[in-house]
Design a binder for this molecule. Sequence first.
Ligand code: GRF
Length: 190
Amino acid sequence: MINLAIFASGNGSNFEAIAKAVANEEIKANIKVLICDKPKAYVIERAKKYNILTCVFSLKKYGSKEKYEEAIVKVLKELNVDLICLAGYMKICGETLLNNYKNKIINIHPALLPAFKGAHAIIDAYNYGVKVYGVTIHYVNQEIDGGKIISQGVIDYNEGDTLEQIEEKIHKLEHKLYVQTINKLIKEGI
Ligand code: GRF
């Protein structure tokens, strides 16, 4: 079976959607580890619920992105991780991670890339006044939110939807699309 690592920094609803799908055997893979860069992140509580090993790494403690990522890569190699799923991981992947896991790191972004890159995609799209909202899952490379697209989905948007309603629909779609996409990659041999 494929070994997954999930990287997250915050709430972790995508983490939980994947963990749930693995627990239900909807995804036939192991989640070997949650990598988290924030010791107080709620995602850590979610991992406990699913008995998933959590490793917290602080960039400050390592002093450089390179040293920080070397420590993470060491853990990933020990656990034979095949695929890294970023799920609200708020750091930019550096060369160490990218070179060790070329085309093996994927990310979920709450907009239809290449539109609305960056950390505030939903509100940016809302303020722009778009009429089609969606989610993208893509490979991670050195260009932020710029790697090859693997899958996209759109929400059922109604004129007059509030920002909160749009956010809710986007997150619901994210959870579904992430599970489907991981399964697609497993089926295709990653
Ligand atoms: C999601 O909207 C994801 O697209 C983005 O960060 C958010 C993480 O949410 N990259 P959660 O922590 O999974 O609830």
